[in-house]
Design a protein around this ligand. Structure first.
Ligand SMILES: [Zn+2]
Length: 231
C-alpha cells in the first residue's frame, strides 16, 4: 500500500500509516511488517501485536476540525494512553495505561498540542492501521459491503423497478421480507464458510450474524483500541 511508511511530520510528531505518533515511539515499533493476506489465527495475531502496542503511542485528537479542517492533537502521555515515571502526573492516571520506560534524560512528554492542517492528514483513520481492532473493523466493513452488493444485484436487485407497482407501505413490507431472505442466504453462506474452517473473530460466533441489527451496530460501534486479540 502506497500510504504505508514513515513520513516526517514535525519535530513534535511522526506521521506513519495515516496516523500521528509521539516522537518518543520506540525504534522497534517504527517499521512494522504487516501480516500476509493468508495469515490466520495465532500467526496473524503475532503480526498484530506490535501494531497494538504501537497504537498506544498515537496522538489523540483533542479538538477540531475547525472551519478550515485543522485538527489539534495531544501526546499519548497527556491523553492518558501511556504512563511514565519521567512524567509524574501521568502516574496518577489509570493503571490500565501501560507503564513505559524512557531515558531518564527525557523530562517532557511533548511541547503541547500539535495542530495539523487537513492536507497533512489525508489518510487519517479512526482505528490505527494493522491493529486487531482494525482487522475486526475491516471484516465488518466487508460484511456491510457484501450486504449492499447482495441487495443491489448479487442476490436481488432492489433498485431497478423491483417494487415499482406498489405503494410505500407495501414496498416497506416486501423489502422487509427481501432483507429477511437475504439474511437467511447470508447465514447459510456464513455457516458454510465456518464449515470450511475459515478463521473468524471468536466473539462473533456466539451471535446471530448478518442481521440488519448487526449491520447498524457495525457502523456505530468502533471496537476499543485497547482490546487485545479477541477471544
Ligand atoms: Zn504530552
Amino acid at each position: 500500500m502506497s500510504q504505508r511508511g514513515i513520513r516526517p511530520f514535525s519535530k513534535e510528531a511522526i506521521l506513519m500509516d495515516g496516523q500521528l505518533f509521539s516522537t518518543l515511539l520506540p525504534n522497534e515499533l517504527r517499521d512494522l511488517a504487516t501480516a500476509p493476506m493468508t495469515a490466520t489465527g495465532a500467526y496473524r495475531r503475532a503480526y498484530e501485536e506490535p501494531f497494538n502496542r504501537r497504537a498506544r503511542w498515537r496522538l489523540v485528537r483533542h479538538a477540531g476540525p475547525d472551519k478550515d479542517g485543522v485538527t489539534w492533537w495531544r501526546c499519548p502521555f497527556c491523553a492518558g494512553l501511556l504512563r511514565s515515571r519521567n512524567f509524574p502526573r501521568t502516574m496518577r492516571r489509570s493503571v490500565k495505561a501501560p507503564l513505559v520506560i524512557l531515558p531518564t534524560s527525557q523530562q517532557r512528554c511533548c511541547c503541547g498540542t500539535v495542530s495539523a492542517p487537513p492536507a497533512d492528514l489525508p489518510l487519517v483513520q479512526k482505528i490505527p492501521f494493522g491493529t486487531t481492532a482494525w482487522r475486526i473493523s475491516m471484516n465488518r466493513r466487508m460484511a456491510v459491503e457484501s450486504v449492499n452488493a447482495a441487495l443491489k444485484g448479487g442476490y436481488v436487485n432492489v433498485i431497478r423497478g423491483f417494487f415499482r407497482v406498489f405503494g410505500l407501505v407495501k414496498i416497506t413490507a416486501l423489502l422487509g421480507f427481501t432483507i429477511a431472505a437475504v439474511n437467511l442466504d447470508r447465514i447459510r453462506s456464513h455457516e458454510a464458510k465456518l464449515a470450511e474452517g475459515q478463521d473468524q473473530p471468536a466473539r462473533r460466533k456466539q451471535r446471530r450474524v448478518g442481521t440488519w441489527q448487526d449491520m447498524i451496530g457495525y457502523l456505530e460501534e468502533a471496537p476499543s483500541l485497547s482490546a487485545g486479540p479477541p477471544g
